[in-house]
Structures are given as C-alpha cells and as structure tokens.
Ligand binder design. Structure first.
Ligand code: ASP
Ligand code: MG
Length: 424
C-alpha cells in the first residue's frame, strides 16, 4: 500500500461544487488502494479577503490575532472537504495544523516548521480514514499559539507531511496542468514541462514563479520528497520535480538549456545617488539596509565620474521592505555622505532559468538581442550559474517575457489552459 500526500490549492476548492469534485478525486486515489493524506488551502481568495477585513478594522493588525484569523480559512475548507468525502461513504477526518502536529517556531505570519509529530494522523490512517489537514498553519510550543507559515504556505504543509510520514509522493494539485515554461496567465504559448530539476524549480520560484511556494521546494529538496505538480481539473500527467542526484544510476535525463522564464513585479529599486567612491561605503550602506531586515536582491554600482569621485549605487528589494530601508538610509545620509535617494517601484524583473546554462554559450547575448528587438530597455542585470535576470519598466516586463519565450523557442503549439483562479 502506498501513502500519497495530496495538496489542493484555494482555486481548486473555491466553492461547494469544486469541493465535491476534489472529494471525488481523493476518493478515487483511496479506491486505487492508497493511504491518502490531504493538505488543503483556504477556499478561493479567502485569505486575501480575511486580510482585507483585518486591515479595515485596523491598519496594523496584531500578528497573533492575524494568525488566528487567517488560520480560520483553512479550517473551513478542511471541514467541508471531510464532510464531502464522508457523504460519499468513505471515512475522513479533518485536523487543524496544531492537531496534526505541525510544530513551528513562534514567528507569526512567517513561521518555520521545526518538527512534525503526526501521531493523530497515523492513528486515523490506521483506522482506515482519509486524513485532511489544514494547510498553512502550525502551533508554537514556545508561545503556545497558532502560527501561519506565510502566504502560499499550504505547499509547505504538504511537503512537510510527506517527509514526516515518509510518503511515496507528494502531489500538488493546482489550477494549471503543471509547471510551465512561463506563467500561462502572461505567456499564452507557455509549454508544460514533463519534468524539472528541483534546483531549477527553486530558482524559478525565487524569481517570481508562483506555481510552487519556494519554501516547499526547499523543504522537498532537503528531505528528498518527490513533487508531482498536476491539475485538479483533469487527469493529465503534470510535472515531476526531481533531484537529479537521487536518480537511479543510468537514468540519464536530457536537459533543455532553458527551463523557464519567470516574471516578478513585487520588487522596487532604491538608488543612492552621489556616493563617495572610497572603500567601506558599500559596506556601510548595506549594513544599514540589512539592519532593517530588508531582503536585498540585485545590486549595481556605476563607475564614478572622475571629476567628482562620486558614484551611484542601485539595488532592488521587495516593495514591502522599501519604506523601512529608505527611512534608515535617509537617517544615515550624513554618516554615509551621499547626495540623495531615489525610490522606484515601477520595475519588473524577468529571469531566465536553466541548468544547462552552465555550459551553454551565448545565452545572455540571445536574451539581450530578444529584448532589443522588442524595444525593451534593460536597467539592471544579474546572473547566477543557472539564471540571468534583468530589470525593466514594470509595464513592459510581460511583453519582455513573451519576446524572450519566443526567442528561446519555448513556445508551444497551442495556448496553455488556465482552469481557474485569479492568480492573486
Ligand atoms: N491560504 C493561504 C494563502 O492564500 C495558504 C495557501 O494558499 O497556500 O496564502
Ligand atoms: Mg491561497
């Protein structure tokens, strides 16, 4: 008997009809002779709606209470799903994150899983029940409070359950047919990948791809969990996210140069204008920024003008960290000795990711050529071994993604299908 962990996202359980459809799917897996553990997200855009509601009550909700509120979303869907399954004549039992033994640290809104003690889940499985677990939430032993794992955290719940229960596979069901070469909501000709390495998936997720939560991919990689991303709306094969180093010997897999193109509209750019070009200034700037806990991404420093001995340093960071970093820098203007600060939140980032980039020549030239032909200006560039990212104007990054997707011959024959969801 196999143990299968299945995760269903918010758009797969958006209303009563969808919940019944998902219940049927779960029952089919059970009937095929498997033990089934399900992690479920809140219905549709429930989490966003609860967040909106909270900020209507107060601009800065207390983190503990916000977690209490948001964790309710998954409680609703888990109970409804268990009811639906029971009504189909199969035993099912729902559990909150805390009941399921999802032990986290005490960080509200971004808790990290420190332990999983699925005692009650094992008992329920032994008694022949299908187990439904509320995604996205846990319990801190330290604070004795309910926590949430951060937006999109149900993927991580599923992977953590799969690791703790030593599941045979962790299936992530979503509103598209798998992992695509680009977001099918942006690039219509995006193609579904049959498989992708976890390293590439990690880079894509870090570069803005929303199909899988980055922490879930990290967790899966660390614990050797194989992910299978597929649609809850049909039976097509989906995408396997695998670790090549764990492949059986001789199982060679041919790699394409480019796995995908990701777009990120969540970052802003800060430029520190007129920085003295002397040792230690960059250290000062980024120490101040780091102390605000801002997550700096790309950094560019220009050559200094010989006449002034001053230069500009630009860097990108999440928009949500922008305000804090700006204030801190502005408070240190005298100590650093720069002329002024510029803040630009109208940027977009495009990233091209592929394992075989390590050894392939001319990838960046081809990327820049494609952007040039599409009339798109590049503002910043950064690279890693398997990724090239460029910053453009926000309103041209989607066109950029389409142009680059075509230039690297990633376009599929037909338009990709998005079954549901707002991509919110
Ligand atoms: N409901 C949570 C969110 O919308 C968790 C999840 O969907 O994975 O972020
Ligand atoms: Mg959601």
């Amino acid at each position: 008997m196999s143990l299968i962990v299945q995760k269903f996202g918010g758009s797969s359980v958006a209303d009563a009809e969808s919940i019944k459809r998902v219940a049927k799917r779960i029952v089919e897996t059970r009937k095929a002779g498997n033990d089934v553990v399900v992690a479920v997200s809140a219905m549709g855009d429930t989490t966003d709606e609860l967040l909106d509601l909270a900020t209507e009550v107060t601009p800065i909700p207390a983190p503990r209470e916000l977690d209490m509120l948001l964790s309710a979303g998954e409680r609703i869907s888990m109970a409804l799903l268990a009811m639906a399954i029971k009504s189909m004549g199969h035993e099912a039992r729902s559990f909150t994150g805390s009941q399921a033994g999802m032990i986290t640290d005490a960080t509200h809104g971004a808790a990290r899983i420190v332990d999983v003690t699925p005692v009650r889940l094992r008992e329920a499985l032994d008694e022949g029940a299908i187990v439904i677990v509320a995604g996205f939430q846990g319990f801190s032993r330290e604070s004795r409070d309910i926590t949430t794992l951060g937006r999109g955290g149900s993927d991580t719940t599923a992977v953590a359950l799969a690791a703790a229960l030593d599941a045979d596979v962790c299936e992530i069901y979503t509103d598209v047919d798998g992992v695509f070469t680009s977001d099918p909501r942006i690039v219509k000709k995006a193609r579904k990948l049959d498989r992708i390495t976890s390293e590439e998936m990690l880079e894509l997720a870090a570069s803005g791809a929303k199909v899988l939560h980055i922490r879930a991919v990290e967790f899966a990689r660390r614990h050797g969990v194989t992910l299978h991303v597929r649609s809850s709306f049909n039976n097509s094969e989906g995408t396997i996210v695998y670790d090549p180093s764990r492949l059986p010997e001789g199982a060679a897999v041919e790699e394409s140069v480019i796995a995908g193109v990701a777009v990120d509209l969540t970052e802003a750019k800060i430029t520190v204008v007129g920085v003295p070009d002397v040792p230690g200034v960059a250290a000062k700037i980024f120490k101040i920024v780091a102390n605000t806990n801002a997550n700096v991404d790309m950094i560019v420093q220009n050559v200094s003008a010989a006449s002034t001995g001053r230069t500009d340093i630009s860097f990108t960071l999440p928009k949500s960290d922008g305000e804090r970093a700006l204030t801190a820098l502005s408070n240190s203007q005298e100590a650093i000795g720069f002329n002024s600060l510029q803040y630009d939140d109208q940027i977009g980032k495009l990233s091209l990711v592929g394992n075989a980039m390590r050894s392939a020549a001319g990838v960046s030239a081809r990327l820049f050529e494609a952007l040039y032909e599409a009339g798109i200006n590049i503002e910043m560039i950064s690279t890693s071994e398997i990724r090239i990212s460029v910053v453009t104007r926000a309103d041209s990054v989607h066109a950029a993604a389409r142009a680059v997707h075509t230039a690297f011959e990633l376009d599929g024959e037909d338009d990709a299908v998005v079954h549901a969801g707002t991509g919110r």
